[in-house]
Design a protein around this ligand. Structure first.
Ligand SMILES: Cc1cc2nc3c(=O)[nH]c(=O)nc-3n(C[C@H](O)[C@H](O)[C@H](O)COP(=O)(O)OP(=O)(O)OC[C@H]3O[C@@H](n4cnc5c(N)ncnc54)[C@H](O)[C@@H]3O)c2cc1C
Length: 271
């Protein structure tokens, strides 16, 4: 079953909303004056973009809560949904009910991780899902209510959401769930959310990165062994390396450059 992400909508004029929110903090002008400048074009779109980009480099994140996105998410497993609903601030969920929706045979396409086939267990997986489907449907046919029949449904059962999430929380979700340490399915879903936001509002989509991204913290704070295994680990420093460098710098024992190093620079400078 294919995982689908739809960007249903987002706050109208998100960049202007952010500009207004930030500007209100830093100007003696009233919001009415700020918004007149925006409305009358006295502040250009380029100025708005530039102003926001500067603010996004800072830790002043609360204005980002004033821009919201609505997504439709479908074909995700109940394993994913358990993880997604752990996010509790700045996000609101509506999820398909297993009490009111009875899964019909053609809608019982379970989510199948590739690792089952890779490890030669595709047939066992499919057979177990078929047996679950049979027992679930037998239970419904015999009069077991859907809210009780669902007790046999596995984590692989697909589910759908409509969610509303503000940009501050979306950044936080991307920090955690685009990280290579996150589980593959939620990582894939958040990557698709990022893609949709980037298409609609590229200025904001560019900031949806794993927490080690150059527009986020810029370093990895996961266990060192995981950093070593991460496919993008070598492109980002690990926090232990940064602290080590800082300690050496403070102690004044940063390894000095040798004549050999300097000769190498000279050599590389020659065409
Ligand atoms: C790689 C990975 C592995 C995980 N493994 C497990 C696991 O084994 N078991 C498990 O139970 N969970 C696990 N989780 C889920 C994790 O513990 C969190 O529940 C999940 O990441 C969402 O929590 P959040 O604090 O980011 O919530 P959000 O609601 O997204 O938080 C948003 C922000 O608000 C802050 N915040 C939210 N509520 C409060 C509060 N009450 N007080 C102060 N600050 C608050 C958060 O710190 C965060 O900065 C895992 C998550 C990841 C990414």
């Amino acid at each position: 079953m294919a995982l689908e992400v739809t960007l249903i909508d987002h706050a109208r004029d998100p960049l202007a909303k952010l500009y207004g929110a930030y500007r209100t903090c830093y100007t003696p002008k009233t919001p009415r004056e700020v918004w007149s400048e925006i409305g009358e074009g006295r502040i250009t779109a380029a100025q708005i973009r530039e102003f926001i980009q500067e603010r996004l480099k800072t830790g002043h994140a609360s204005p980002l809560e004033q821009v919201v996105f609505w997504f439709g998410l479908s074909g995700v497993s109940r394993s994913l949904s358990h993880q997604l609903v752990r996010h509790r601030i700045g996000i609101s969920f509506e999820q398909q009910s297993q009490r009111y929706v009875k899964y019909k045979e053609d809608r019982l396409e379970y989510v199948t991780p590739k690792t089952w086939a890779r490890n030669g267990l595709a047939a066992e997986y499919d057979a177990l899902m078929a047996e679950v489907t049979r027992v679930y449907q037998l239970a419904l046919a015999k009069g077991v209510p859907a809210e009780d029949a669902r007790f046999v449904l596995p984590n692989a059962t697909p589910t759908n959401f409509q969610i509303m999430v503000n940009f501050a929380e979306l950044l936080h979700i991307a920090d955690l769930r685009l990280c290579w340490r996150a589980q593959w399915e939620i990582r894939h879903m958040v990557a698709l959310m990022r893609r949709e936001v980037t298409k609609a509002v590229p200025e904001l989509g560019a900031y949806l990165q794993p927490k080690c991204g150059d527009r986020r913290t810029g370093y990895c704070d996961e266990p060192f062994q995981d950093w070593e295994r991460c496919p993008i680990g070598k492109r980002r420093p690990h926090k232990d390396q940064i602290f080590e460098l800082f300690r050496k710098h403070q102690a004044g024992n940063l390894e000095p450059l040798t004549e050999e190093d300097l000769r190498r620079v000279e050599d590389e400078g020659q065409e």
